[in-house]
Structure formats: C-alpha cells, structure tokens
Design a binder for this molecule. Structure first.
Ligand code: UTP
Ligand code: MN
Length: 457
C-alpha cells in the first residue's frame, strides 16, 4: 500500500495497542496487504529469505479492518487469507535460489525492476564508451538478474540473496530506493562526452571508436559531422545519416510482420522449399525493436547461400532494398574453431535497409508527427545458415545477447562444453554434438528448456 495509507493505518493500529513492525523479519506474525496480487506478494515473500514464513499469516486488508473494529487481532478465517498462486494444500516451497546464469532464469518482457535496470544500463553503456569491460559486464549482469524477478525489489534486504549484485550495485540500489534516483547515474546522464557518444553511436555504422574520434576532434552534433569537410563517411554511415530519423525510430511488431510477409513473398518466387523465421527480440515477444532479424534456410543443404542471394536480387528488383551490406559465407566445418567467434558468425548474411510501405502494415507505420511520406526505412538482418546448423543459429539469433553470453559461460564453466551460433563441442568426449532443435541443445547442456519469450535476460 502507499506510504500515507500505511502511516494512517499504522497510527490507528498502534493507538489500539497493536505492534506494527516496519522491517520484515521472522518476528512478524501477520502480514497485511492491500491492492496486491497474491502471487506477486508470495513470490516476493519467498525471496526475502524468511525462516518462519510458513508460520506467518499473509492477509488481506479485511483481517485488519475486522481487527480494528474488535480492538484485538481476530482469529484468521479463510476469507482473510491472501491466496497464493499455488494450491493451498501444498506447503509453500522455498523459492528456488536465483541462478547466476541467465540461461537458468526465466525472464519475460515484463520487468518489475525498471527503476534499477534502466540505471544499470546507463552505467554499463558509459563503461562501454570508456572501454571498461569489467564494470560494464557487472552492471549488465546485475540488470539481468533483476529483470528475471517476478516481483519488485522494495528494500535492499529483499535483494540480499540474489547473485551478481556487488557492493557498488547495491549502493546504487540503496540510493534509488531512498531518493528515487542515483547520483552516479545523474552524473553520467549530464556528462557531455556520454551524451555526445550516445548521439553519434545512434547513427547506423558508427561504433564507440569512431564516435570517440569525432568527440575528441571537438564535434558535438550530427550537423557538426555533416559540415566537417575533412570527415569521410563510409557507405554505411552515409546511408545511416540519410535515413537517420527512420532508423533511430523503433520498429513495431506489425512492421516486422509486414516485412516478414514481403520477404516470404520474394522467397516464394524462387522456391517452395525454404523456411523464413522471425528471430531476435520479436521472437522473444518484444513489441518493439531496433531492427528486424530473420533466418532463412532450405532443406537442400548447401543451397542456402544461393537462395539468400536470389532473395536479395528479387528485393532489389522490387526497388525496396535501400541498402545491402552482404557478407558471404566463411563457414567451413572442418576448420571450425568453436567458441572463437565473438560478434559475427560465419553464415552468409545481409545487413539491410528496406523500404516499407505504410499500406502494407496493419494499423499503419510508426512515424513522426507531420511525416506523410507513406513509407519508412527499416534495418533488417537476413541470415542463411545451412539446415544442419539451423538450431544453433536460431538459438544465437534469438538472444538476448545476455542470455547467449551466459549460455556460453555456463557451457564452458559447468559442462566443459563450447557452444556458439555454429555448433556445440564436448571437450571431455572431444566431439561435436548434433542438434536439430533448440531443445536438443538444452538437453545436451543439461539445462531445463527456456522458451524464447523467457529469454529476455
Ligand atoms: P539484436 O542486436 O538485433 O538484438 O540481435 P535484439 O535482441 O533483437 O534487440 P532489438 O530489439 O533489435 O534492439 C539479436 C540477437 O542476434 C545475435 C545477438 O547476440 C542477439 O542475441 N547476433 C547479432 C548474432 O548472433 N550475430 C550478429 O552478428 C548479430
Ligand atoms: Mn533485433
């Protein structure tokens, strides 16, 4: 309940001789809740590490009002109890410890701890801009753990037993709980270098290194860059500036589906024997993304690269391929050094910008006020793995990035296995393990299956 409501009820109860505690501990006998979903409250309580929780009464406000009327704690009846999501007969199990690996947590798109995770993401990004990889990863891991919780952290005690939260992250959480914001985060947000790098890297084709180079030359705005005669933009950056407004605007699910239909149409003209799958954030159930990711493959092993090239040709002929950065296959199973690739895998792929007509999108386009062009540009990644690599590629391209990272870390540390977008290697048996589906990969790794919509780590 809200703070003023709680103060009022506390005064009322105290005046009648009740003892009201402000900190949750094993001393508490009755927990009173108002306007709360039972399941959320129970999940939170289980995360608080109480020994005597099974003995406590978890009650609706009706028990409190009845007790105030009587002037004494009334006997608890069934109607007072706040129902758990679990059946009443089964004793509440202690909450399973939260795993330090994202691939052992279920993380939906519903984030109950945005106030913390958004702060950590700003700090992680700021570390990234100054190439401090250690702290960057620490902030990302902390954010990821908090995203997985089905309840909001409302006191630091509740976060006590969580993994991946170091001293520094706890200090920041404490600040946010007390003041509503963190001074470190405010400092970063008002920092000129952070603001400028954030702006520069929002241009397609501009990474932190280039952004920093421009910053150190005293450039501060996108106009500064375009007007600086000595700057030679590459092809990617030129198109990035050209379509800046469109590309920096989020892509909706309806737009992603429309693009899927268009690419599927192009595929259909070439072969009836192909699969096009939407991956990335949209496969994880996100409603918006910064781009649209597709996997394209065919059961005719070895024909996938030709298929991709033919699809790109068709899109080009339709006049809807505004930009195409094509990367031919560098995949060679006999030379595969698994676990060595970092950002880019070996499959043939196109990093594209496509033209999407508003008339093809259910509900219309995402656009700025006053924009009546009737179309927009969208960033699309189209990747073509061979069919026998499909499961690995799908798992990798579905993400999230943090989920993938922890999957590799878990495999290496806990199973002596190496996994990436191409394959899974067992170092103990010294052999590659085949997989037709994502589930096969989880089984090999001894992990419970995590659905795509639970991988928003
Ligand atoms: P994205 O960067 O598109 O992220 O990469 P996303 O989760 O879809 O988020 P938004 O909504 O677009 O912002 C999707 C997944 O593909 C992997 C990434 O690691 C991520 O998990 N990926 C990306 C690769 O495996 N290889 C690449 O070259 C690029
Ligand atoms: Mn994406």
């Amino acid at each position: 309940m809200g703070q003023s409501r709680r103060s009022f009820l506390t005064r009322l109860a105290t005046s009648k001789g009740f003892r009201v505690l402000h900190v949750l501990s094993d001393e508490v006998t009755h927990i009173v809740s108002e306007d709360n979903q039972g399941s959320g409250l129970w999940a939170w309580l289980r995360g608080c590490g109480l020994k005597l929780l099974p003995k406590m009464h978890v009650l609706d406000i009706s028990w409190f009002t009845d007790s105030m009327r009587e002037g004494r704690p009334v006997a608890v009846e069934a109607k007072h109890r706040l129902q758990d999501a679990l059946p009443e007969s089964s004793p509440a199990p202690p909450m399973a410890a939260v795993s330090p690996y994202a691939c052992q947590r279920r993380t939906t798109t519903e984030n109950h701890n945005k106030i913390f995770t958004e702060a950590f993401e700003v700090l992680a990004e700021s570390c990234e801009f100054s190439e401090r990889e250690g702290p960057c990863l620490a902030f990302r891991r902390a954010a990821s753990v908090l995203k997985s919780l089905p309840w909001a952290v409302q006191c630091l005690g509740a976060a006590r037993s969580l993994p991946c939260l170091g001293e520094q992250t706890k200090v920041i959480m404490e600040e946010i709980l007390q003041h509503g914001h963190s001074f470190d985060v405010e400092k970063v947000l008002s920092d000129e270098r952070y603001q400028t790098l954030k702006l520069f890297t929002s241009v397609f084709g501009v990474g932190p290194k280039t952004g920093d180079k421009w910053y150190r030359r005293g450039l501060r705005s996108l106009r500064d860059i375009l007007e600086e005669p000595s700057i030679q933009l590459n092809r990617m950056q030129k198109v990035g500036f050209l379509h800046y407004g469109d590309i920096s605007r989020a892509v909706s699910r309806a737009e992603a589906l429309a693009l899927g239909g268009i690419i599927d149409g192009a595929v259909g003209r070439i072969t009836r024997d192909a699969v096009l799958v939407l991956t990335g954030g949209f496969r994880r159930g996100k409603e918006f993304g910064h781009d649209v990711d597709f996997l394209l493959t065919t059961p005719q092993q070895g024909k996938e690269e030709a298929l991709l090239l033919a699809v790109l040709d068709t899109l080009r002929q339709q006049g809807i391929l505004l930009y195409c950065d094509y990367h031919p296959s560098t995949f060679d199973i006999s030379k595969l050094r698994i676990g060595w690739y970092d950002a880019m895998d070996h499959y043939p792929k196109g990093f594209l910008i496509m033209r999407l007509e508003g008339s093809q999108v259910e509900g219309g386009l995402q656009r700025d006020k006053g924009d009546d062009r009737g179309w927009r540009a969208v960033r699309v990644d189209l990747v073509s793995p061979p069919m026998d690599r499909y499961a690995f590629a799908l798992l990798g391209w579905t993400g999230s990035r943090q989920f993938d990272r922890d999957l590799r870390r878990y495999a290496r540390r806990e199973r002596r296995m190496l996994v990436d977008n191409h394959a899974l290697y067992d170092k103990t048996k010294k052999e590659f393990l085949a997989a037709e589906t994502e589930k096969d990969i989880f089984v090999h790794l001894g992990l419970e299956y995590i659905e795509p919509w639970q991988r928003n780590a």
